[in-house]
Design a protein around this ligand. Sequence first.
Ligand SMILES: Nc1ncnc2c1ncn2[C@@H]1O[C@H](COP(=O)(O)OP(=O)(O)OP(=O)(O)O)[C@@H](O)[C@H]1O
Length: 300
Amino acid sequence: MKNCLFILNPISGDNNYQKEELFAQVEDSLKLYNFHFVETTGENDPEKIQKKLTEYQPDLVMVGGGDGTVKMAAMALKSSSVPMCVVPLGSANGLAKCLGIEVLTDALEAVRDHEVKAIDAIDINGEICLHLADFGMNASMIRKFEDDDSRGMLGYVKNSLSELFSAEPKNFTLKFGEEEVDLSSKMMVIANGDQYGTGAKVNCSGVMDDGKFEVISINPLTADDFLKMTVAFFKGDLDEMENVQTWQVEECEIINHHEAEFQIDGEVMNHPKSIQAKIHKHAFNFLVGKSFDNCRTSEV
Ligand SMILES: Nc1ncnc2c1ncn2[C@@H]1O[C@H](COP(=O)(O)OP(=O)(O)OP(=O)(O)O)[C@@H](O)[C@H]1O
């Protein structure tokens, strides 16, 4: 029988499930596996998970939580090729959506189908980014959301609306090798995935295994810009907007002149003066769901 380590973050998302029922459903649906369930505590989780990985030698790691929990599990796995399956129990579950896993049953199906994709990661100042990192508006929105203590999508959407209108553009210098670009922007995104958990498509050319990532500057200025941009986020043609610029790179440095807020995969990272970002091609193996879009992979 194969071994599966199931990591659960008990405080992720709305928490509107019974833990015992969840574990029973997982065991009942995936009878090929012998399950070891562990819960995160928010304290030294990567070290604790590493110990469990050594103890159980799993063939599969399932991660129940949001993007922050998946990032923590990936850090614990380091260079191991053991596949991970995201179980979307977080507030927004952006990475899970990019991998074609929207709900619990998609994750169970992905384990049964077992289609593994090697997904890139971005190393940002020594942290792993699997999905999206950004400076400015969205990072500051995530900070307010955390301070508000209101987990769940409703709090997220509530805060995003107020943030959208109050953000000020911040100055950045982007360095791509010899090339330097100075600009002012409300939101500067570093993207491996293509969309936020809300379904807002921020990175129209996002392919998760192409050995590249995108740097996207988004700077809506007028109410009309906001309106058009909101539509473009959901239509998936943001890159066609005038005040949106995209660079596709393997590495870059960003100088954050105004010390704008910064977040990686939903976790606020204070106000770095600069960041170094570098792609790590095919860093982790993930199971993908049926709706994993072929446009998100370079294997076509
Ligand atoms: N038992 C726990 N008690 C308190 N905090 C925890 C616990 N376990 C993990 N954490 C914290 O949870 C955070 C990760 O949450 P995660 O991003 O997975 O969920 P979320 O914020 O609800 O989802 P999303 O990223 O989709 O918005 C980390 O900051 C981690 O330290």
